[in-house]
Design a protein around this ligand. Sequence first.
Ligand SMILES: O=C(O)CCC(=O)C(=O)O
Length: 289
Amino acid sequence: MKLNADQIRFFEEQGYLALDGVLEPSDLDPVQAAYEAWIDERARELLADDRIIDLYSDASFDARIGLLAEQCSTILDGMDIMQARLPAMCGLLQCANLLDAVEGLVGSEITCNPIQHIRAKPPDRVNSNGYYVVPWHQDAAVTWAEADDTNIVTCWIAFVDATVENGCMEVLPGVFKLGYLPHHTGGAGTTIRPDVLPEVTPVAVPVKRGGVVFMSRFTPHRSTPNNTDMVRWSIDLRYQPTGLPTGRPFYPEFAVRSSGTPQAINYLSWSQRWQDALAASHGVKAHRV
Ligand SMILES: O=C(O)CCC(=O)C(=O)O
């Protein structure tokens, strides 16, 4: 989906843009199928090890991982993009519908920034330590300062409908204009220091499956508890102009588009570069605080 001038202006003025229908079901379905297979394999391993008693094989995508995590929370480990390294996810990083929109915010030379996650946010009753309830932060805080001048745009993709009830994103509009705000490592993770958090009314940004919340690297955002019985699945990717610091120099970056021409990521090299980088970067401090 290409952005129109009003949408680009809104992003430039507010520091975010929430849009439904950016991705088609055909963009997300292969990734869902790949994760369903991934979950099924792990569930069967846990069953064989007597760590769960019910596979919940017939449960839907937005229910099953929660039902499994309730029995054994380690099912949630190792599923992140660079850990599971599923070919379908490598495809999504280069999704034309997404890049068409990103081009309006980043320009025509586009690189996939290495900060990227898939999140299966379980119902709050399962998420006992609150890990998936992410406090106010700017994404600039989870990069090194070398990337402060890089226009990194976060694309928060709803993998199932994201609602206020299941813990969609909230943003502070316009605040990105203040630039980087000091963060600290509070109990819940890297967060803006309470004394510098501007008093701006938060805006909740629910989006349907395939919708995207685009955010500037300086837009304060958070997610709230999942008060439903289902899992809030999402994928957050970041894109930036090619050739500029990513803020995570120890992780691989991939050019995905140049002057409108796709720069195909080779799956095997993508997977290998991640494996090598993860092995070589143990102990590296990724967040700046
Ligand atoms: O998905 C969430 O709950 C938090 C995501 C987030 O903070 C981010 O993408 O930077």
